[in-house]
Design a protein. Structure first.
Length: 620
């Protein structure tokens, strides 16, 4: 038997050398990974403040991977191959010389330059190697070739992919170890697969972080835009509230002031000054109602809740009516009012109330911004469209401000009046109403040369009226006409139609108004202000009609309607719901509860009288 004669000291020394060489190889692995991670972290840090696309950011990470593997393996045969559609070259390098790829072809986009080539490049171009680290190749490699490299021994191709699919292929061609290779170099070669796998994992983690960062960046930008929009909206609404407060307080001051004068002086119907006071009170009240209606109309349009009731409209008649609404204001400012209607423009299909509202808004604006000269309405038929043009000789509007005209709550300064007037809703509402008709609004204006606003509407359209819209139109038409004439005459009711009306209303002033008016017509009125009082009064005198307020202090009015319908003794009594609600669906809600009809506040007294007359008729 041969005995190992190697001294124990030499064996220990040899073991220590091997451990030291293994430690060197392990340190090489960890240092390579740490350097890669450090460079990836630098890419991620730059990406936080970068405006680059995700594709461009990913390309930087790929380049970092190639560079580090090239340094670690001391070879320039490390490359990235990107599939068609994912190559960042077109974005990053702005080159038009890319090879046309088929769906299964890959473009080798990045590879490391050898050290001597890098030095030559710097000398010839003056570009630092830090700026030009990688060489672009036009070489195309097929998927089949990449898969062969992946499956060969030793493996020389690795795939990078996520839920989007294949992002890239990494190819590494390593030369065979020389015969005189050190043991440390052999150990490093054994650790290369581990280095590659861990490097690819670090790269994919960076790609995921980039995706998350990009998503957060997009979200941040969206939130930034939303915050700017909210800030602008809040500013506009604050201005709107300030203007609306002024617009409400001005007519309210007239109402309260002249009412106080009438009370103090003792109302005398024969006193012409008292009649003037009443006219001012009524006109101011109608102004308040018009203001509230504009706000509600715009809210309905923005919520897609406003529907138009189309009918055949007599154009000359409607235009003369619109001119009549502003005649007094024009007279007060010594302005001429002109009306020019094309003889061919006789009728169109539209919502007459809304069309009159649009024309009134434009005419009112024209008068507001005109100090001398004239304001006119010109109507022309052009093909299948009708053009309603309101023109003036006023201050005009600067070109840069015209884009703001149709924005809700935005007002253009009025140098004629010396301050801003109105709520800034008129033009926005006019444009939206025109759009609901299938038309639009055009504007032409020059500073100190006047303005022209044109409503363009289609000549014909489908007629789609409902009973609710007709009644609503009738009520609003009455309100519109009352702006011209403030004299109200109560209808005379035949004695056979005198009714006993139970008024369920908790507001004293509203109850006083309706009670006084209905009694003047000859009706008997029983006023109760709560559900408890209603049930107490019903057995004493059965009413012909019940006027039910929807909002009561003890029981909801619609609940009372349902209870009346369920009661055999009272279910035949017609109930008319009356409420300050004026949004789409309110009338339907009241009818669904069992009410026979609906009237909104502020109460149109003539409409109220017609409803009472209608439902007190035994033949109804």
């Amino acid at each position: 038997m041969q005995v190992d004669a190697t001294p124990i000291e030499e064996k220990v020394a040899s073991s220590e050398v091997l451990q030291f060489q293994q430690l060197l190889a392990d340190l090489w692995l960890e240092r390579s990974l740490n350097e890669l991670q450090s460079r990836i972290n630098s890419c991620l840090a730059r990406a936080r403040n970068s405006q680059q696309s995700l594709q461009e950011l990913e390309s930087e990470v790929f380049q970092t991977l190639v560079r580090q593997l090239s340094v670690s393996f001391k070879t320039n045969k490390v490359a990235i191959a990107l599939p068609k559609g994912l190559s960042p070259l077109a974005v990053t390098h702005n080159t038009d010389d890319l090879v046309v790829l088929t769906e299964l072809d890959y473009q080798i986009c990045y590879t490391a330059l050898p050290i001597d080539a890098t030095t030559q490049l710097e000398q010839s171009t003056g570009v630092s190697s830090k700026q030009h680290k990688f060489w672009q190749l036009e070489q195309v490699i097929s998927l089949q070739d990449l898969q062969k490299l992946q499956n060969q021994k030793p493996k020389s191709a690795w795939v990078l992919q996520d839920e989007r699919g294949v992002l890239a292929w990494v190819t590494i061609a390593t030369a065979a170890l020389p015969i005189n290779a050190t043991f440390t170099e052999k150990l490093k070669r054994q650790l290369q697969p581990q280095l590659i796998e861990r490097s690819l994992n670090a790269t994919m983690q960076a790609i995921v972080q980039l995706q998350q960062l990009q998503a957060l960046t997009v979200k941040y930008q969206q939130l930034e835009i939303q915050n700017r929009d909210l800030s602008r909206t809040n500013k506009l609404k604050s201005e709107f509230l300030a203007n609306t407060s002024h617009e409400i307080r001005t007519p309210l001051s007239s109402i309260l002031g002249f009412t106080h004068l009438l009370k103090a002086q003792g109302y005398n119907p024969e006193n012409h000054r008292h009649q003037e006071y009443l006219n001012i009170i009524l006109t101011s009240g109608q102004h308040l109602l018009a203001l509230i209606n504009d706000i509600l109309d715009l809210s309905k349009i923005e919520a897609n809740q406003l529907e138009i009731a189309k009918e055949t409209v007599n154009i000359p008649e409607l235009c003369r009516s619109a001119i009549g609404l502003v005649k007094e204001k024009a007279s007060d400012k010594n302005l001429q009012l002109q009306l020019d209607i094309d003889p061919n423009a006789t009728t169109l299909v539209a919502d007459s109330l809304r069309l009159k509202q649009m024309l009134f808004n434009l005419l009112s604006n024209a008068l507001k911004f005109t100090n001398k000269g004239a304001v006119g309405l010109q109507v022309q038929q052009k093909g299948v469209f009708i053009h309603f043009t309101v023109w003036d000789t006023g201050t005009g509007i600067a070109q840069e401000k015209q884009s703001q005209l149709f924005q809700p709550y935005v007002q253009i300064s009025n140098v004629v009046a010396g301050r801003q007037e109105g709520t800034g809703l008129g033009l926005a509402l006019t444009q939206k109403l025109a759009q609901l008709h299938g038309g639009w609004v055009e504007v032409q204006s020059r500073v100190n040369r006047g303005s022209k606003f044109t409503i363009v509407l289609p000549l014909t359209a489908a007629v789609a009226n409902t009973a609710a819209e007709v009644q609503k139109g009738d009520r609003n038409s009455s309100e519109g006409e009352s702006r011209v004439s403030v004299k109200t005459t109560a209808p005379q009711i035949p004695a056979s139609k005198v009714a006993t009306v139970m008024l369920v209303e908790d507001n004293f002033h509203n109850a006083k108004l309706m009670t006084t008016y209905l009694r003047k017509l000859g009706h008997q009125v029983i006023w109760v202000n709560s559900a408890a009082q209603m049930w107490e009064a019903l057995p004493k005198k059965k009413p012909t009609v019940i006027l039910m307020d929807v909002h009561l202090p003890d029981v909801d009015g619609l609940t009372l309607v349902q209870q009346l319908q369920a009661n055999e003794e009272y279910c035949q009594i017609p109930v008319i719901a009356q409420t300050a609600m004026a949004m789409k669906g309110d009338r339907e809600t009241c009818l669904a509860a069992g009410a026979i009809d609906y009237i909104s506040k502020p109460i149109d007294l003539q409409a109220l009288a017609s409803l009472v007359d209608k439902y007190s008729d035994p033949n109804h």
